[in-house]
Write a protein of this length. Structure first.
Length: 292
């Protein structure tokens, strides 16, 4: 069985990648800030910004492939603490690319739809990047740096993702549900659009990219929805009161990091390779049925 190294398994996406691949790979996962409650020897605590430790990790487990999902992915934190976030989002990512190049093994890097400014959606892989936040800038720098070091790498631009929580991380879905279940109002943007996708579909896309992709690919969902539209669909699936969901605009909620309005992804290339994300409604129904 071949060895797969997954960085960031204490994160929402990383945990789901780890769970999905354990039956078909000898999967190893890294974590650092959030302890994973597990005695599994294949989960390794490591500070990926310690580049010597990263090199030692590669020597130790000798991976046959890498999915690099570890990141500081909260735009507001990146905006407020750019140096700290750059260490993981850029510096560590480039070192991992160097090691994958040295070992000549497949590398998948998880980037973001926030590399775009939101003014000309939907975006294909050939569209010019134009980030408006520090987080987006760091991901753009990582994309370019990784491909310069290792052109065989797959750069997967991910959309907004949702799904069942991991032991240490929620998606945006969980606080939405909690707010409605507590009888509170939930204000959601009517002017922010994404091609949201369920995390299980996203993981399938990443594994497809690991086998078939070199260069940049978009792994968005098939539906362009606003946060408000998503909330209404969520309320319908979970039988929660939609009247508690209130429309609002981005300008109503000041944030540290600028937010693009529409970073919907055109994922036609991925679809042509066999990427088949489920509909938002189908994904939500599966999550609901897990809870019940």
């Amino acid at each position: 069985m071949k060895t797969l190294l997954i960085t960031g398994v204490s994160g929402f996406l990383g945990w789901h990648i780890y769970q999905k691949t354990r039956s078909s790979w000898a999967s190893f996962g890294t974590y650092f800030n959030h302890n994973v409650n597990s005695n599994e020897p294949n989960l390794i605590k490591i500070n990926l910004t310690d580049l010597a430790a990263v090199r030692e990790l590669f020597q130790q487990i000798k991976p046959d492939a890498v999915i690099h999902a570890a990141a500081q992915s909260k735009p507001n934190l990146c905006q407020e603490f750019p140096q700290a976030s750059e260490a993981i989002n850029l510096t560590a990512s480039l070192e991992i690319a160097r090691l994958c190049s040295q070992y000549q093994i497949p590398l998948v890097f998880t980037s973001t739809d926030l590399v775009f400014d939101g003014k000309n959606a939907p975006y294909s892989e050939n569209d010019t990047v134009s980030p408006v936040s520090v987080y987006g800038e760091q991901k753009v720098a990582a994309e370019k740096g990784i491909l310069a070091i290792y052109p065989r790498a797959a750069i997967c631009r991910m959309p907004l993702m949702f799904g069942s929580p991991s032991p240490t991380a929620n998606s945006f879905l969980q606080p939405f549900l909690k707010t409605l279940q507590e009888g509170k109002e939930l204000s959601l943007f009517t002017d922010e659009y994404r091609t949201a996708v369920g995390v299980n579909s996203a993981v399938n896309g990443l594994l497809l990219a690991l086998k078939k992709v070199q260069g940049i690919i978009h792994l968005g969902g098939k539906e362009r929805v606003s946060r408000y539209q998503f909330g209404l669909l969520m309320a319908a699936v979970f039988n929660l009161p939609r009247e508690q969901i209130k429309p609002c605009l981005q300008c109503d909620v000041p944030m540290i990091a600028p937010r693009p309005q529409d970073v919907s992804l055109d994922s036609s290339l991925a679809f042509s390779l066999g990427y088949q994300p489920l509909s938002i409604k189908t994904e939500l129904e599966a999550i609901r049925d897990e809870i019940i």
